[in-house]
Design a protein around this ligand. Structure first.
Ligand code: PEP
Ligand code: MG
Length: 457
């Protein structure tokens, strides 16, 4: 019982510390961009605080690849290493350290030769940046001429300049809950409207897909006291939270609808489990449209309303859902978590988190097929889309829209440009109702030519 309550004790401890230090955000007092903090755990809120301080890298005992803390860190270009053995004996507070996340290495007190090597690596990064500039001017076509749209995932509005600089097709996932994370008060309608208006007008005429708040899970709502849940990921999260706090939901929807007058917006809901769930959320959206109409506001009367497919039940009901929704966006981070019953935040079970598990691929394929059957656009916005090694298999399954992290855009686009029709045939005819080793072989077979071409084998 005490083990289960550990998180509560930690929370009390942290709150006491915050009070003693006057201000909770001051746990990072004294840190600057020159420092590499070594932490036990890290939350999305703390990542955003580190970013504001200018920290470029950190080490955490626990920060699983698909946790929101890791996702935001990647988006903000913060390098992260997690679960580094013996770190507290090897590193002293005044040690000089180099954190090389590309090679998963932490170098303590580097000698001159090592410093010189990393100075050169920084220059190589600059050359890559120049290559990226050239890539912007090229079309995103596979070898056999299929146009693949690549959108960007965005969390915080601070990422907007980097997103605009990519030359992407728009924003495929705007995780709006992150507006809340670094704040002490709830943003009202006007304030949210300003944020969405700015993003939409700066991205116009490109589309921006705004996902309504996905609060709960590890995205703790410190602003609205909620009962503690044993399994927050199975609890009052995502659309469930919004439907149980309709005032908060309506405030957000009104702000989005009003902002639609300034660009091209699409709206989608997180954690939808079936058609009834979607219709309940869409009815509230329609109510907000009616209210704004009678209040005389300008808005786009053709806003597309879609859903995330990130719960296995939604993928299994995607035939019915495709008849109601304007579009789908497949969230593989949660889809894999729920299909395989594996906590996406846990380092302990990370070996069970296999995004290309046949069960997950079958759910993805069913979703794509049902969207195609009803002529509805479908994109994939989970981290799988940002991992270039998965891109060939996703395109082989019929995906033509990917939404990726800012930092993966370059690799994903170059991989797309190397895919061809042969691959589509292999994947199309593949029986996913098979063992994991068989799927591993497929991933390897479809990837091999691309790895070799990119010299990554
Ligand atoms: C997902 O689940 O794949 C997704 C994109 O949503 P999030 O990572 O914000 O839960
Ligand atoms: Mg999700």
């Amino acid at each position: 019982m005490f083990k289960q309550r550990a998180a509560d004790y930690k929370d009390v401890g942290n709150r006491l510390l915050a009070k003693l230090l006057d201000d909770g955000s001051d746990v990072f007092a004294g840190l600057s961009g020159e420092h590499i903090p070594i932490l036990t755990e890290i939350s999305p809120t703390q990542v955003s605080a580190l970013h504001r301080i200018g920290v470029r890298a950190f080490v955490a005992d626990s920060c699983a690849t698909n946790s929101h803390a890791a996702i935001i860190s990647r988006a903000l270009g913060i390098a992260v290493l997690s679960a580094v053995a013996d770190i507290r004996t090897a590193v002293k507070p005044d040690s000089t350290i180099i954190l090389d996340a590309d090679s998963a290495k932490l170098i303590v007190d580097p000698d001159d030769e090592m410093l010189e090597y990393y100075a050169q690596r920084v220059q190589v990064e600059e050359l890559i940046r120049q290559k990226r500039e050239k890539l912007k001017e090229t079309d995103c076509l596979t070898q056999d001429g299929i146009r693949i749209r690549i959108y960007a995932n965005m969390g915080m509005p601070e990422e907007l300049p980097a997103v605009k600089d990519l030359g992407c097709d728009g924003i495929g996932l705007f995780r709006t809950e992150f507006i809340y994370l670094s704040r002490d008060t709830l943003p009202g309608e006007e304030e949210q409207f300003e944020i969405y208006r700015k993003v939409l007008s700066e991205m116009a005429p490109l589309p921006v897909t705004i996902r309504t708040f996905d609060l709960g899970g590890d995205k703790l709502l410190h602003l609205i006291p909620s009962p503690q849940e044993c399994n927050p990921y199975l609890g009052n999260r995502g659309i469930r939270f919004s439907l149980s706090h309709t005032e908060l939901f309506k405030t957000q929807l009104r702000a989005i609808i009003r902002a639609s007058a300034f660009g091209k917006v699409r709206v989608m809901f997180p954690m939808i489990i079936d058609v009834a769930d979607f219709i309940e959320a869409r009815n509230i959206f329609n109510q907000c449209v009616d209210e704004l109409y009678s209040e005389g506001y300008d808005y786009d009367s053709s806003i597309a309303v879609g859903t995330m497919i990130e719960v296995p039940s939604a993928a299994l009901c995607s035939d019915a859902l495709a008849q109601e929704c304007d579009f789908f966006s497949i969230g593989t981070n949660d889809l894999a978590q729920y299909a395989l019953a594996v906590d996406r935040n846990s380092e302990q079970v990370s070996r069970y988190y296999i995004a290309h598990h046949p069960a997950v691929l079958m759910l993805i394929r069913a979703t794509i097929n049902n969207a195609v059957k009803h002529n509805k656009p479908v994109s994939l916005c989970g981290e799988m889309a940002s991992q270039a090694e998965y891109v060939p298999i996703l395109i082989g399954m019929g995906i033509t829209e990917l939404s990726v992290n800012v930092n993966s855009h370059y690799h994903v686009k170059t991989t797309v440009q190397q895919c061809d029709a042969k691959l589509h045939m292999i994947v199309k005819n593949f029986d996913f109702n098979t063992s994991l080793p068989e799927v591993d072989k497929l991933v390897y077979r479809t990837l091999k030519p691309y790895y070799t071409k990119q010299g990554r084998s």
